[in-house]
Ligand binder design. Sequence first.
Ligand code: G6Q
Length: 539
Amino acid sequence: MSMKQHPTWLALEQHHLEIQNTHLRELFASSPTRGTDFSLEAAGLYLDYSKNRVSEKTLELLFALARASNLEPKREAMFMGEKINTTENRAVLHTALRAARDADVRVDGVNVIPEVYKVLDKMAAFAEQIRAGTWLGHTGKPIKNIVNIGIGGSDLGPVMAYKALGFYSSRGLTFRFVSNVDSTDFVENTRDLEPEETLFIVCSKTFTTQETMTNANTARAWALAALKDEAAISRHFVAVSTNAAAVAKFGIDTANMFGFWDWVGGRYSMTSAVGLSLMIAIGQNHYTQMLEGFRSMDTHFRTAPLEQNMPVILGLLGVWYNNFFGAASHAVLPYDHYLTYFSAYLQQLDMESNGKSTTLSGSRTDYQTGQIIWGQPGTNGQHAFYQLIHQGTKLIPCDFIAFSKSLNPRSNHHELLLANVFAQSQALAFGKTPEEVATDGVKPELIPHKVFEGNKPSNTILSSSLTPFSLGALVALYEHKVFVQGVIWEVNSFDQWGVELGKVLAQTIAPQLLEGQAAPTQQDSSTSTLIAKCQSQKF
Ligand code: G6Q
C-alpha cells in the first residue's frame, strides 16, 4: 500500500484542509508562549520552529506518520550497520566515522571502529607533517599549497567545511579545490602555485571518476613538467580512496593512501578520509571537535523521542510543506559569510539522496519526494531573490541559520546582521496588512503593492558561534533530516542511479568530438547536429 493511502497520511490531508487558511498571526495571537513552545535545543543548536504553519495537532499527526513509517526501527537499523542501502547491498554508517574510539559498530560481524581510528590517526600524523613543514617536496622544500582534486561527495564536503572553518585554518597554507572537468578549473587554481611546494590530494572513492582522473592526470603532467622526475609523484601526490589497485596504478605510493569503505556514501563522506584537506587546514584538535559536534547530533537523533528530536522535526516539517502544501522548494539561508558553500553542499546531500521516484519496493511513488534545495548566505539574498519569497506566488519554506557571536566582530556589523535575519523571519511570518500599510500614509493605489501577505513559514537555527563543533552538529542535523524524509517517502536515500546515464552517454560522445573522428551518425538529430556544429567551429 502506498504511504498516501495510510490512515495517518489521510488524516494529515484532512487536517491540511482545516488549517491551510490559518494565519501565523492567529497562531501566535492564540498562544503567547508559542515562540518557546515550538523550540528545542540539541548539540549546541537552538531550533525555533514556531513560525511554521502547524498546530499541536499537526505535529501529533506528523509524528504519527513517522511512527507509521517505522522511523524508529529504521533509524536504529542504520546505526546498527544493517544493509539499508538495498540497491547496492551496503550498510550506511557515516555515523561510525565519528563514533567514540571505544565504540563497537559492526558490519558483517566485524567492528569497524578500530579501522576508522587507524585512518584518522594516519590522517592526523600526515596533516601534522604538512602543517609543521616537515613533509618535504621532491626538491626539499616544504609544502605550502594543497590542492584537493575530487568531485561531488569528494569535493563539496571538503570545500564547504574548509570555507566554513576558514577562521580556524592555517593561514600559512593555501588550499584549492579542483572538481570540474573544464580545464579552466585546474588552470585557474594552479596558475599561481609553485609545483615544488604543491601537494595534490586525489580524492576519489572509486578512483575511476572521469572528471577526477582527468584532472589528476593533468596535475601529474603539470607537476612532472616542472619537477622532471617520476620519483617526485610520491612526494606531491597522495590519495583518498577505497581502490588501492587503481591508486597504485596511477603511481601513488599506497603508503600515502588514506582509505575508507563502501559503507560510506560519497555525499556522506565528509568525516571520512575525504576530510584530509580540511584536517590539514584546521589541525587535528579542531577536526576532532568537529567530529564531536557530529557525534553529539548523532546521539541526539538516535536517542531523543521523536517529539523532541531536531532532525525528525525538521524532516517532518519539510514533508508537511512538500506533500500537503505542494511547496516544491526549500531555501537554506545562512547568515554567516563563512557558510558560502553550505547551501550548495546541502543541495547534493538532499537532492541526490531523496530525488527519487521509485520506492524501496520498486514501485513508482504517487506522491512528491525530494524538494529543490537552494539558497545562499546572508543579507545579499535580501537584495536579490527574497522579493519572490515575500511577495511572489510560490510557497518557499526557509531555514535561517545564525550565530549569536561573530568570529570577526567589528563595530555594530553583527548586530545588524542578526537584526536582519530576525526581521526577515518576522516579515515572512506576519507580513503587513492593507490596514497597516494605509496607516503609513501610503497612497491608496499603492497599497496592494506594499501589502505583505505573510504566513510564509521558516525555521531559525541559532548557535552561539561558528565553531568546528557547531558545524559538525549542523551538518549531522541535515544528514538526519534527509534520512527522516527518505523513510517517510520510502525511497533509498543512499543510492544515486540517476547520475549514471549521462556518464555512459558522455563516453560515446567524447570520442566523436575529437579531431579526426568520423562525423557522428549514431546520435539523435539534436545531439549529432550539436556535435557537428562544435566540430565545424573548432577545426
Ligand atoms: C555521492 C555520489 C557522488 C560521488 C562522486 C565522486 O554520494 O556518489 O557525488 O561522490 O561521483 O565519486 P568518487 O569519489 O568515486 O570519485
